[in-house]
Design a protein around this ligand. Structure first.
Ligand code: ADP
Length: 402
């Protein structure tokens, strides 16, 4: 079975075509600048040369049509016909309280995703465009949606509610939802397999540290807490997002700097985090290089970033009354030896015995960076959100057929 995975943004669209039985990626690519005359399409078929096209792509339906044409192209394609695409899986950021797992798309599901536009105004409308674009091009192909929030729906009320008047929750659904759920779910399953222990018996802290970053406390395979909140702004310090701060800073800064709601939101989401403190970049590679060159602001940004992550690990060990393993994943988590080293060296109180040599080797592979005797294991597990979307879609389509 071949499954096409789509991650649609407002002006972009990423895709991967999976052959499920062999677990191989037949092709992947992206369309950028949708809505412009000079949209860019990059197509990377397996074992064939990359294709770059610049053309007018004014809407998502055209973008999908061009992607499908390349997938069956005599020279650059990987399929004989689009009939070989058995199903399409979409990433959807917000599933609110309605979606506790992935589902097949039908009329009601589309209506519910639309009702959730309010909670994710930048993301969900774009995902809907992706779903409709596939429908327009391949009306008979089943589609599934996989939500970033779904895995965290297992959180208990004492973790997902904010201590504010309940009217905000009852009327406006103000609560913690959490994001990166697909990744936290995947790496927790992989961690259990790596450790050779049943997931149901493990206390895990998973740290998805990319441009956006979040931690999750996972007890017996179920998320019991996570650092992102009603929106992806809460929690850890990130590339350009502030993460946790005193909520009173918002009205105070708005008054002092004469900022509108849009401006303060943009400040906290796009101009804070590593970028704001270093004054250099939101990219951890550039921060690390600047630190090596002796830049004090880069050093301070890194210290804040690491400190805030380490505090969350401590909090989640407390939340679960212990921890068996801590998992690092995503761009920074998988690649920054320095961040992992600085965090792990301060976790001796938990029983972490850091293995410096293991931390430096095995890039790109699932591995342990603690000694064999370490009471708490620390693992590095590359995430693969697209694969989880393909797998969930495959399972849903299989069970609908049986
Ligand atoms: P996104 O949240 O956009 O999916 P990723 O998970 O791809 O992000 O992570 C992107 C980040 O990973 C980059 O901003 C960069 O800071 C970091 N990163 C990538 N490679 C390295 C590296 N070798 N060392 C440190 N950080 C890295």
């Amino acid at each position: 079975m071949n499954i096409l995975v789509i991650n649609a943004g407002s002006s972009s669209l990423k895709y991967q075509l999976f052959q499920m039985e062999d677990e191989t990626v037949l092709a992947k690519g992206r369309v950028e600048r949708i809505g412009m005359e000079t949209a860019i399409l990059v197509h990377e078929p397996k074992d064939k040369g990359e294709v770059h096209e610049v053309s007018e792509i004014l809407e998502h339906t055209t973008a999908i049509r061009k992607v499908l044409a390349l997938l069956v192209h005599p020279e650059h394609g990987v399929l004989e016909s689009t009939a070989e695409i058995n199903a399409v899986g979409h990433r959807v950021v917000h599933g609110g309280e309605s979606f506790k797992s992935s589902v097949l798309v039908n009329h009601e599901v589309k209506q519910e995703i639309k009702r959730l536009f309010d909670l994710a105004p930048l993301h969900n409308p774009a995902h809907m465009l992706g779903i409709l674009a596939v429908e327009a091009n391949m009306p008979d192909v089943p589609q599934a949606v996989v939500f970033d929030t779904a895995f965290h729906q297992s959180m208990p009320a004492h973790a997902y509610l904010y201590p504010v008047p309940m009217v905000l929750y009852r009327k406006h659904k103000v609560r913690r939802y959490g994001f990166h759920g697909t990744s936290h779910n995947y790496v927790s399953e992989r961690a259990a397999a790596f450790l050779g222990r049943p997931l149901g018996q493990l206390k895990l802290i998973t740290c998805h540290i990319g441009n956006g970053a979040s931690c999750a406390a996972i007890l017996g395979g179920k998320a019991v807490d996570t650092s992102m909140g009603m929106t992806p702004l809460e929690g850890l310090m990130m590339g350009t997002r502030s993460g946790d701060l005193d909520p009173a800073i918002v009205p105070y800064a708005m008054g002092k700097e004469d900022l509108t709601l849009g401006e303060i939101s943009s400040m906290l989401n796009k101009h804070s985090g590593l970028q704001a403190i270093s004054g250099i970049s939101s990219d951890m590679r550039e921060i690390t290089e600047a630190m090596e060159a002796g830049d004090k602001n880069a050093n301070l940004a890194f210290e804040m970033y690491e400190y805030r992550l380490r505090k969350y690990i401590g909090a989640y060990a407390a939340a679960m009354n212990g921890v068996d393993a801590i998992v690092f994943t995503a761009g920074v988590g998988e690649n920054s030896e320095l961040l992992r080293k600085r965090v792990c060296e301060q976790l001796t109180y938990l029983g972490v015995e850091f293995d410096e040599a293991a931390n430096r080797s095995g890039r790109g592979q699932e591995r342990r960076i603690t000694t064999a005797n370490s009471k708490v294991q620390v693992l590095v597990i590359p995430t693969n959100e697209e694969w989880v979307i393909a797998r969930d879609t495959y399972r849903l389509v299989q069970s609908a057929q049986n």
